[in-house]
Design a protein around this ligand. Structure first.
Ligand code: ATP
Length: 287
């Protein structure tokens, strides 16, 4: 008599990636005198994409520096508030400790080590990552090369010889080598051609779909609002607006205040228009 094997239990759901970022009442100064952030609060739920929009000088990079522990490199310091990741305070920790906690920044301007090869740049992304064996490093490298085949093709080339888009991919790849639970992306689209920007957007979606949270700082509001679940608008160091990204992208206020659009039927502001005061404008609305 043949016995049929018992039905298999359903496979467990994929592990929910932990890693929520909570910023509460954060204030930051440079050189002890210039206050760049005033009482800023925001949340990046685990595994979500949150964007911080704002014009030049609004304080977006400052926010990322405060989270990544790199403020001291810019003569900046936290003068108030909290930054917690997974309930653990990050404020006052070194940049290396923040990486070890699972939060990795891709700085603005795709700073790669120009004289080092692509492969060595990726190796540098493993520095300071605790408790990871060689096999894990090999797998992380293979995953980056799968995500960016052009980097695999150029692995022996000096990073300085790559195009701007390839350098951005390398900067993101280097951050992924540390296997972040939260990726801090500073203006990844800056100065790149539309096709390259579209590729970077795809990559951000892919990384997020694998469970990594993303805090995306962008002046390209169209791109950022398309990618993000939730958005904040920073204006001269203060949070001015926040909401679900799709709501913000439809909001007349966002379009009028930050995207340089006027409501329908209001082609020319009249002399008696009370709202003729200059409004902050994001650098780029369209891709
Ligand atoms: P951008 O898009 O131009 O990079 P941002 O929104 O990222 O702008 P920040 O670079 O964070 O803005 O700058 C916020 C404010 O802090 C600005 O007034 C800027 O001049 C000032 N600031 C930034 N870095 C320093 C620094 N190292 N020393 C002194 N002031 C600084």
């Amino acid at each position: 008599m043949s016995s049929s094997s018992p039905p298999r239990p359903p496979s467990p759901p994929p592990a929910v990636t932990s890693g929520a970022l909570e910023v509460q009442g954060l204030s930051v100064t440079y050189g002890g005198s210039v206050t760049a952030l005033h009482d800023v609060s925001l949340r990046v739920p685990a595994g979500s994409i949150v964007t911080m929009l704002g014009a030049n000088g609004a304080g977006k990079s400052t926010l990322l520096r405060a989270v990544s522990g790199t403020l001291p490199l810019h003569s900046g310091s936290v003068s108030g508030g909290r930054v917690d990741f997974d309930g653990v305070p990050l404020a006052g920790r070194s940049a290396a400790d923040v990486v070890a906690a699972g939060v990795v920044q891709v700085p603005e301007g795709r700073r790669v080590f120009a004289g080092l090869s692509v492969a060595d740049n990726l190796r540098a992304g493993r520095l300071g990552v605790p408790g990871r064996d060689r096999e894990d490093a090999r797998r992380a490298t293979a995953e980056v090369y799968e995500l960016f085949p052009v980097l695999a093709e150029r692995r022996g080339q000096a990073a300085g010889l790559l195009s701007g888009g390839e350098q951005q991919m390398l900067a993101i790849g280097r951050a992924l080598m540390a296997r972040p639970r939260l990726l801090l992306l500073d203006e990844p689209s800056l100065g790149l051609a539309p096709l390259v920007v579209a590729r970077i957007a795809e990559v951000v979606r892919h990384i997020n779909a694998l469970g990594t949270g993303v805090l995306l700082v962008e002046q390209n509001a169209a791109l950022a609002l398309e990618l993000a679940d939730h958005a904040y608008v920073l204006d001269v160091g203060r949070i001015r607006l926040e909401g679900p990204a799709d709501e913000l992208s439809r909001s007349d206020e966002v379009r009028r205040l930050y995207l340089g659009e006027r409501p329908e039927g209001d082609d020319e502001p009249g002399l008696d228009d009370e709202e003729t005061a200059p409004v902050p404008s994001l650098g780029r609305w369209s891709r």
